[in-house]
Write a protein that binds this ligand. Sequence first.
Ligand SMILES: [Zn+2]
Length: 244
Amino acid sequence: MFCTATADKKAARTKANHNRTQKPESEGRIGRLHRTLGNQSVLRMIGAPPAAHKDAPDGGPGTGTGTTTAAGGGAAGGKTVDVYGINLPGATRTVYDDVATANTIWGKCGVTIKVVGGESWNTDVLDQLAPQNSLNEYSSMSSPTAEETAMLAHQPPVDAIAVYNVPAMSNNSRGENFRPSKNPSVPKAVVVSDSAVADTFAHELGHILLDVSEHHSDPDNLMAAGSIRNVGVDKLDATQCAKL
Ligand SMILES: [Zn+2]
């Protein structure tokens, strides 16, 4: 949606001006070009080998058979998803590593995930409830905890899905997601804990992209529950791709 790789308020203003001053037909061409070039530069940026030290202790990304990008050239009709990384105090993951992995997986459905910006958020939001330095997580998305509500109120300065990196979660989840289709009072958002595995972000984003709460029964599928999922295989089937 935005044509800059490092979006901020200034970039948003520039784009707004840009939109105002362009004729509709040239705006369309330029907009498409910006999007294409933006995607290419992001892909170049995240196409570099990810830092190996980010491998999860309980299961690395592996070399599963589902990592081909042959079908990922979905340039025509492909969907781009903008995300914005927000690192809470103590979190060590970076949105760039997780997005690189997610692009390999979601490229099979012609989806490109683009980091449009990010920040380190100096906040004490994780200390509102015990345990401290840990996000108290919901048991039902319709009832977020006070910490989650406060966290979700801190939204990206641009139109993008927030990805909150937290050091830990109170029930030891690897991640979670929020969807307004399930709870109209929350924005779309993904939470990733330091305990996440390589495909946790891709999986949680999948709940949003496919708008499903249910898990896939095939352990080789990206949307299988974390308790059974073969991390690194991460298949997506035609039915799932067709939902996008
Ligand atoms: Zn899940």
